[in-house]
Design a binder for this molecule. Structure first.
Ligand code: CA
Length: 228
């Protein structure tokens, strides 16, 4: 799951990013309304957390413009305590929910989960391909009749992307932007490092699927051919 966080208070933004990443979300952070709009229209996000009081363009205006352009990504508004009319305008403009500052982190996480559940009719807890199972709640990778192990956050997100659309080639750039974010300092070689970790784990567990490299294009998850 990838979120866009538009919050101009840098310390709050940094703290929220850390907490969201710790809870297995990928996050891009922006600090004003124009950037929020530019990033959100990319269509690359599963949800947007949008502060109303933003420089350059306020959150309600960003939201109104998103909906006008037909972008129906779930949006959670962050509002000031006094901003009753902001909240009403925000909901009228097409927000899914709002949270009043200061808020409890546990409540923010619960609101995000609820917003995602409402928008996505059915997110299975477990992805399956071949004899491989990936549990989205526990990050556990297991093989039918074989072993299991708990994946690290990034490994999990990479395998989740591949298991959501097996046999489809995913480019290194797609992994980078989805998991590390556009503004990441991470080197592109990091994708290969995580792919090689995942390959070792799949092989060690006796998986009948493997990660194929398509030279110069990307990676795909395939059922192994019979060994000759
Ligand atoms: Ca603000």
């Amino acid at each position: 799951m990838k979120l866009l966080l538009a919050e101009d208070e840098r310390e709050l933004s940094a703290a929220l990013c850390a907490i969201l990443r710790h809870n297995n979300y990928s996050v891009d952070a922006v600090y004003d309304g124009e950037d929020a709009l530019a990033y959100a229209v990319s269509g690359d996000y599963d949800g947007v957390i949008l502060d109303i009081m933003l420089p350059r363009r306020d959150g309600v205006s960003v939201l109104t413009e998103l909906r006008r352009r037909g972008i129906d990504v779930p949006v959670l508004l962050l509002t000031a305590k006094s901003g009753v009319s902001d909240r009403i305008n925000g909901l009228d403009a097409g927000a899914d929910d709002y949270l009043t500052k200061p808020f409890d982190i546990g409540e923010l996480l619960a609101r995000i989960r609820a917003m995602m559940r409402r928008r996505t009719p059915y997110i299975p807890a477990e992805l399956k391909y071949g004899n491989v199972r990936l549990n989205r709640d526990t990050l556990e990778l297991s093989v039918e009749g074989g072993g299991s192990c708990r994946l690290g956050n990034r490994e999990f997100q990479m395998l989740e992307m591949m298991m959501q659309s097996p046999q489809r080639v995913i480019s290194t750039e797609q992994f980078m932007s989805h998991i590390w974010g556009y503004d990441s300092d991470a080197e592109i070689g990091v994708v290969w490092v995580y792919i090689s970790h995942l390959r070792k784990k799949l092989a060690a567990l006796g998986a009948n699927v493997e990660i194929k490299a398509q030279r110069g294009v990307g990676y795909s998850l395939e059922i192994k051919r019979e060994q000759k």
